[in-house]
Ligand binder design. Structure first.
Ligand code: SAM
Length: 236
């Protein structure tokens, strides 16, 4: 049954040009927000390329992503790509005290379909009212394009975890984050492997670091294995 459904989704995705996805919001949004997962249910990228010494020599291992936040710049302009219920955004607010925090999510995916943007608006009502938090309900890579280049102090990427989407988001972040800023993200791991759900985050991050001369600066080592990473330019 699952295979038949995947086959049908693949056909729909192949028939519809990518530029038409935004217009199809609400039809069966998750198919269009996650086309790569449909095309590559088992990510081909489960064997990431190895980084060289220059990409890892400054990496600091921390016990949790919250401790990684402790090391990040305070204040400034920040974005979380993939917000879900907005719980991690609470940590971002309390630990890093950003001047502006943009919470960007489609809030319409397959895996998190019961979450709603209203829930997040309620959770952060005070900070929306005081002008710190702004919520953007759309695809993060598209939403970020509207901001000036070199304007974010740091960004946290946590969306579909597919290789393609992660790489696309990292590419946008490279332009939108200041040259001495930080690109961070979640699920630097191979995925929910026992359940056959592979992530392409490590593959995308390694490829990105090699291509654009970025280095790992933080890696969190939670016991559940869903590490967070932070990368910065080797030569800002
Ligand atoms: C793992 S959750 C984010 C969790 C949140 N950062 C946290 O730590 O609490 C992933 C989020 O990505 C969103 N998402 C799914 N597909 C997406 C897509 N194509 N583009 C952007 N966001 C997507 C989902 O709606 C979901 O809320």
């Amino acid at each position: 049954m699952g295979t038949l459904r995947n086959e049908l989704k693949k056909r729909v995705v192949d028939l519809v040009p990518e530029r038409a996805y935004p217009a199809l919001r609400g039809v069966r949004a998750s198919v269009f927000y996650e086309p790569e997962r449909v095309r590559t249910p088992h990510a081909r990228d489960s064997v990431p390329e190895t980084l060289s010494e220059e990409h890892v020599r400054d990496a600091e291992v921390v016990p949790s992503r919250e401790e990684m936040l402790e090391a990040f710049p305070k204040g400034g302009r920040v974005a979380e790509l993939g917000t879900d219920e907005g719980k991690f955004s609470e940590q971002i607010l309390s630990i890093t005290d950003p001047d502006e925090l943009y919470l960007i999510d489609v809030w319409e995916s397959n895996e998190y379909s019961d979450r709603s943007v209203e829930e997040v608006e309620t959770r952060h009502a005070d900070r929306i009212a005081d002008g710190t938090v702004e919520i953007l309900a759309e695809r993060p890579d598209v939403a970020l394009e509207r901001f000036e280049d070199d304007s974010f102090d740091w960004v946290y990427v946590d969306t579909t975890h597919t290789y393609e989407q992660t790489l696309r988001e990292l590419e946008v972040c490279r332009r939108k984050v200041k040259s001495d800023g930080v690109i961070a993200g979640h699920d630097y791991c191979l995925g929910d492997v026992p359940n056959g759900q592979w992530y392409g985050v490590i593959a995308a991050v390694h490829e990105f670091c090699t291509e654009y001369e970025m280095k790992l600066t933080y890696l969190s080592l939670e016991t559940h294995g869903h590490s967070s990473f932070a990368i910065e330019r080797i030569d800002p």
